[in-house]
Design a protein around this ligand. Structure first.
Ligand code: SF4
Length: 299
């Protein structure tokens, strides 16, 4: 097959993949929602969960997006240094979003900032956004695709704490956001926290934390403990499904971190909503692919 045909093939696979993640939630999210539903006892909370599950079934049956806000598309790419299509990848991903916009279809969510017009294609300056990592001695590519909706993006915040604020400052920052904006983001939420030196590193880490499978814990024992404590604390707020009150508020709390400057802690929060639409796909150098987020997925 010619290189051009190969590129076309990958574009179509990614276009169908992006379309699919807007309709079918990943396995870990469905499993967690099932677990959280079983932990609610009020009539309102259980009725909302039933509606969520009905919505998911209908999205699949009718082949339609599971939420009207199909978000701005973001890709997190771990590309092997020897992956043969590395130089073409950004164009392939952009074309895949165009494909999904037409075929899924996706809502038109790319407004050119300042010029204030909607491109109608989900493609604009810097969108879809591609975040890169180059992996040495590999020839495959791993891609997380994510739909960043308006509501779940709303609580996003980053700051650099005053020296001396310490990890208590991190906790206060996170809980202040959860108690003020948490209910706007269609709970139960997946909470991503980035801890680093400056705001841009913390912010990117907080979004990467949302790509981790639900139920996973930080490799760092202390960070893992903080994830659990924050999870317990945010659950105590009792947001419940759709913020209408209940026993649980979150699907999980994930922390990602880097080493940092000795006198500062930069911290950021990003949230994913109950309709946490993301998918993970791996291509080898021949463009054979495997979808790891949705067992048995058919494109
Ligand atoms: S927060 Fe999520 S579920 Fe709620 S409207 Fe936005 S994308 Fe849809």
């Amino acid at each position: 097959m010619s290189e051009q045909n190969k590129i076309q093939e990958m574009t179509e696979v990614m276009g169908k993949f992006v379309s699919m993640i807007g309709k079918i939630l990943p396995d870990d999210v469905m499993d967690k929602l099932t677990e959280l539903r079983s932990q609610e006892d009020s009539r309102l909370a259980t009725a909302i969960y039933s509606t969520m599950f009905d919505n998911q079934n209908l999205a699949k049956e009718l082949n339609r997006p599971s939420c009207q806000d199909t978000g701005v598309i973001q890709f997190f790419v771990k590309c092997g240094e020897n992956f043969p299509y590395m130089g073409k990848l950004e164009r392939i991903l952009e074309a895949s979003v165009l494909y999904a916009t037409e075929h899924a279809p996706l809502r038109h969510n790319s407004v050119q900032t300042f010029d204030e017009y909607n491109t109608g294609k989900n493609i604009g300056k810097g969108t879809p956004t591609v975040f890169w990592e180059i992996v040495p001695d590999k020839d495959n590519v791993e891609i997380d695709a994510y739909m960043a909706g308006g509501g779940c993006t709303l609580p996003g915040k980053a700051t650099v704490l005053m020296p001396g604020a310490g990890y208590e400052g991190v906790t206060k920052f996170v809980l202040d956001i959860m108690t003020s904006y948490g209910l706007n983001a269609c709970p139960p939420l997946l909470v991503g926290i980035g801890v680093a030196t400056s705001v841009e590193t913390a912010a990117l880490l907080s979004k990467k934390a949302l790509m981790r499978p639900i139920g996973s814990r930080s490799e760092n024992e202390r960070a893992a403990k903080m994830e659990q404590l924050l999870e317990d604390g945010i659950n105590e707020i009792g947001l419940g499904p759709q913020g209408m009150s209940g026993n649980k508020s979150v699907m999980g709390v994930h922390i990602e971190n880097t080493a940092r400057h000795p006198s500062t802690i930069g911290v950021a929060v990003n949230t994913g909503c109950w309709s946490h639409r993301r998918g993970h796909i791996i291509f080898d150098k021949e463009l054979n692919f495997e979808i790891t987020s949705h067992a048995g997925a058919q494109l």
